[in-house]
Ligand binder design. Structure first.
Ligand code: ATP
Ligand code: MG
Ligand code: MG
Length: 446
């Protein structure tokens, strides 16, 4: 992938944007980009530098992402909306071509890493609640104030706010800003340069090791085995929504198939059109995963049926049969009288026409054509029987989650309504003891 049109190879200490940003270490990567921790010499802060592959289609995608990130930043002047902030963007020329680069505020680990760190056992409900509050604050902002659909919400795309600010506390975080490479003198310059470069690299590596240890005190999954769940206590669970590469406007959509498979809403599978409520579906899946450590739906294709169909079956096993208005597709009969009958039924029973794909998967009774035997296991029972949640807690959480997982998109609550839900506003003893957390809640509410 490090070839013409592909990723830009970065070495620690590399300067960007005329020397303003100095690369420190790799934070992550995606299909289109690599993301680096960089030091911003102008503001003396650490930032995340997302460097896009250079080929035309990737540049196009980066411009798209910049459009949405800019819109999100413009409406969030007091930085309370739980959405990652775009600080700057520029072009960078390298051996593989010209790369669009985005400078983002530096955040911590993703929720996926948090789940992994916790050995897929699920988080305590008060932690989940804190995280949900941030996600919902972000979604409410995107939906209600901007008219934007994120379209790829999932644990990987929600990052914890880093608890250490390397800029304010460079000694503790162990990171020393790497300045530009010193010039070598004319005679014997090359070898001096090599030495200095090696020294710089070693220094950077040490710094990286230190910050890794301290950042949110949890960084890799490998470390997890030696730690216990206890070490999550007292960690501030604020987080922000990232990755606007697939975002769209509610009234200007770009793709029919959106979202990562496991977090994909039924109306997207059935191709019956979508809106903000697809993000709410993904939010529901994410909340379940935080509580249990397991994905809510992990569909696989099988003998005689595809992934889509398995996905629908899993949904129906948990949530019951799909209402006819979601799954039944009316092929308008040629006979005129039948047409009238169908039309009247649609009118009076308010049966919306199902998606373009509905007739591929469902018969006219609303049963799946190829997966016949479904085992109904409702959410509250699943939480109690499989995940051993105490009965009262399970019931409360299921009450919160079930409406979010409504098949009919227009019945799902909005992010704002979820924020007002009693489950979101329980104060446990633990919360009350934790002054820090309360301060953060106030901060987010304000
Ligand atoms: P692509 O579009 O290239 O396929 P992607 O859209 O998944 O990739 P992002 O989700 O924006 O790209 O970033 C990839 C990874 O980089 C994230 O999962 C995270 O580990 C890291 N990352 C992204 N943004 C930040 C940030 N602001 N602070 C810290 N790490 C980040
Ligand atoms: Mg991503
Ligand atoms: Mg993306």
């Amino acid at each position: 992938a490090y070839r013409k049109g592909g990723y830009h190879a970065v070495r620690i200490g590399d300067p960007f944007s005329g020397g303003r940003y100095i690369a420190q270490r790799k934070l992550g990567w995606g299909q289109f980009s690599t993301v680096w921790l960089a030091y911003d010499t102008l503001t003396s802060t650490y930032v995340a530098l997302k460097i896009q592959k250079s080929a035309q289609q990737f540049a196009q995608a980066a411009l798209h992402e910049i459009e949405f990130l800019s819109a999100a930043a413009d409406g969030d002047l007091d930085k309370t909306k739980c959405v990652v902030r775009l600080i700057d963007h520029f072009k960078h020329s390298g051996p593989n071509g010209q790369h669009l680069c985005m400078v983002l505020e530096f955040l911590g680990d993703s929720l996926l890493r948090l789940i992994r760190y916790n050995q897929y056992k699920g988080l305590k409900l008060n932690k989940v609640r804190e995280i949900c509050r941030c996600i919902l604050t972000g979604l409410d902002y995107l939906h209600r104030e901007l008219g934007m659909i994120h379209s790829d919400l999932k644990p990987e795309n929600i990052l914890l706010c880093s608890t250490i600010d390397p800029a304010k506390d460079p000694v503790r975080s162990g990171l020393t800003p790497l300045l530009e490479k010193p010039e070598g003198n004319a005679n014997g310059g090359a070898s001096t340069m090599n030495l200095i470069e090696k020294k710089l690299k070693r220094r950077a590596k040490r710094a990286v090791a230190k910050i890794s240890e301290r950042r949110v005190s949890m960084v890799t999954g490998e470390e997890a085995s030696s730690k216990t769940e206890k070490s999550l206590d007292g960690i501030d669970m604020r987080c922000k929504v990232v990755d606007f590469g697939n975002a769209c406007w509610a009234d200007k959509q770009f793709a029919e198939e959106i979202q990562t498979r496991q977090y994909r809403a039924p109306e997207v599978i059935l191709k019956s059109g979508y809106s903000f409520s697809v993000d709410m579906w993904s939010f529901g899946c994410t909340a379940f995963e935080l509580v249990t450590g397991d994905m809510l739906f992990a569909p696989k294709d099988g003998n005689g049926y595809g992934e889509d169909e398995d996905h629908l079956a899993l949904m129906m096993e948990l949530l019951g049969k799909m209402p006819r208005k979601v799954c039944v597709f009316f092929c308008f009969p040629t006979v005129f009288s039948w047409f009238i009958v169908c039309f009247l039924i649609c009118l009076f029973e308010q049966i919306a026409i199902g998606g373009a794909k509905s007739k591929d998967y469902f018969d006219r009774h609303g049963d799946l054509k190829r997966i016949r035997r479904l085992k109904y296991w409702p959410l509250d029972r699943l939480l109690i029987d499989k995940y051993k949640l105490p009965e009262a807690e399970a019931k409360e959480f299921a009450e919160f989650l079930t409406p979010i997982l409504e098949f009919a998109p227009e019945k799902r609550p909005t992010a704002q309504q979820c924020l007002d839900h009693p489950w979101m506003n329980v104060t446990t003893q633990n919360d009350a003891e934790n002054v820090d957390d309360q301060m953060n809640n106030l901060h987010i509410k304000g």
